[in-house]
Design a protein around this ligand. Structure first.
Ligand code: PLP
Length: 446
């Protein structure tokens, strides 16, 4: 079939997530047909670098036979059984054990889900269940942040602070409050990054004072905001958040769906930023996207209460799907055996950061930022004022994203921010090629 025929079929039958369907019908979709390593091929034979690791998830790269084999073997052996009603199976046992090993010390228990969104929904119920079990049923409000992203289910999108999502479908659900984000470049005003980091963290304290700690279950946040534009908090932010949560007896939830499994050069984002959460939300990099799976990890303190409370009336048919668990086990074994996380921290991360941060010299770039292998460029027509383009120009990010694909690189756009998060196995030569594509894209778009 030709690309035109494939596009016509797609337009006739497929409703796409997060895509302008009106515009799509005019232009047609991009059809991706295969992938290997860090590269994708489309139906016209174009080879591009996947600078987004799929959706920030293909950490070990494409074409890993070890994962394919592990899944095929599991499907032959036991393609499905559930983990409800006091049953389990070998891959769920092995994955739980491995997760306890790779997460920080207090995390030894996992509740499996099928995605990051399901993990968000699970955590909303779990933190309220936790406080109810401790005779504090009134501790039910969850504080999250504007421009955070925690998924698309009713719970996940409510925790998220995305205005366009809240405007559709009756969100947010009750009991969720949003505070400021630690976005110094866009919202820091005259404050230094450190001053602004403290100010943003103390927004949490101000919200607690207003609502009352007796009504608050948890603070819920990504270590760095991914979908919001790779917003890296100032160094003062997380220690202050940690202090406030401890002082006010509020659970701290770290949404590690993007940062988990090596993206920052540590296994988990909370380790990179140096804080100690009570709950981790995980998905994406747990299986490098080979099959859908997510989970909620709880610290020993939380686990004790949850276990002693008896039955948690919650779960998904695919909680701990055997083939997905097998994919995750094989993926984690690769991450460990090849020292991929350490390589991001000590070698390829610093190598790419140096080159990515140098893009700030381009006249169109107001700020370049990156930790581990996740970064962003803030585009602006005026570096001094950090202005945005007028809306009539169209979204500069989306225009730049199209230039980028034509130049052989997938980047993501959030308004005027370009985002990069390549597979963690990217080589030095591939980083050089990626940077050359990004530079050419900026020149084309300028
Ligand atoms: N949490 C974060 C931080 C995410 O970035 C995402 C997805 O991008 C989610 C949760 C939702 O995950 P999923 O799309 O697997 O439901």
């Amino acid at each position: 079939m030709t690309t035109a025929q494939l596009r016509a079929l797609d337009a006739a039958h497929h409703l796409h997530p997060f895509s302008d369907t009106k515009g799509l019908n005019a232009e047609g979709v991009r059809v991706i047909v295969k992938a290997q390593g860090v590269h994708l091929w489309d139906s016209d034979g174009n080879k591009v670098i996947d600078g987004m690791s799929g959706l920030w998830n293909v950490n070990v790269g494409y074409g890993r036979e070890e994962i394919v084999e592990a899944v095929a073997q599991q499907m032959r052996e036991l393609p499905f059984y559930n983990t409800f009603f006091k049953t389990t199976h070998l891959p769920a046992i092995e994955l739980s054990r491995l997760l306890a090993e790779v997460t920080p010390a207090p995390f030894n228990h996992v509740f499996f889900t099928g995605s990051g969104s399901e993990s968000s929904d699970t955590i909303i119920r779990l933190v309220r269940h936790y406080w109810a079990a401790r005779d504090r049923p009134d501790k039910a409000v969850i504080i999250a942040r504007r421009n955070g992203y925690h998924g698309s289910t009713m719970g996940g999108a409510s925790l998220g602070g995305m205005g366009l999502m809240h405007a559709q479908g009756g969100l947010p659900i009750p009991g969720i409050v949003h505070i400021a984000q630690p976005y110094w470049y866009g919202e820091g005003g005259d404050l230094s990054p450190d001053e602004f980091g403290l100010w943003a963290a103390r927004e949490l304290e101000r919200a607690i004072d207003e609502i009352g700690a007796d009504s608050i279950a948890a603070f819920y946040a990504e270590p760095l905001q991914g979908a919001g534009g790779v917003i890296i908090p100032p160094a003062t932010y997380w220690p202050e958040i940690q202090r406030i949560c401890r002082d006010r007896n509020i659970l701290l939830v770290s949404d590690e769906v993007i940062c988990g499994f090596g993206r920052t050069g540590e296994w988990f984002g909370c380790q990179y930023f140096g804080y100690e959460p009570d709950i981790l939300s995980i998905a994406k990099g747990i299986s490098s996207g080979y099959l859908p799976i997510g989970g909620v990890m709880v610290s020993d303190k939380v686990a004790e209460t949850i276990i002693n409370a008896g039955e948690f009336h919650h779960g998904y048919t695919y909680s701990g799907h055997p083939a997905a668990c097998a994919a995750a086990v094989a993926n984690i074994r690769i991450l460990r055996a090849e020292g991929i996380v350490e390589r991001v921290r000590d070698d390829i991360g610093p190598y790419m950061q140096k080159r990515w941060l140098a893009l700030a010299d381009h006249p169109m770039v107001g700020e370049a930022r990156m930790v581990g292998l996740v970064g962003a460029l803030e585009l602006t027509p005026n570096k001094a004022t950090r202005a945005s383009w007028p809306v009539e120009t169209g979204t500069v990010g989306l225009i730049t994203r199209d230039f980028s694909f034509r130049n052989g690189l997938v980047m993501r756009a959030t308004r005027d921010t370009m985002i990069i998060a390549p597979p963690l196995v990217i080589s030095h030569d591939e980083v050089d090629a990626l940077i050359a594509c990004a530079k050419k894209t900026l020149d084309d778009a300028w």
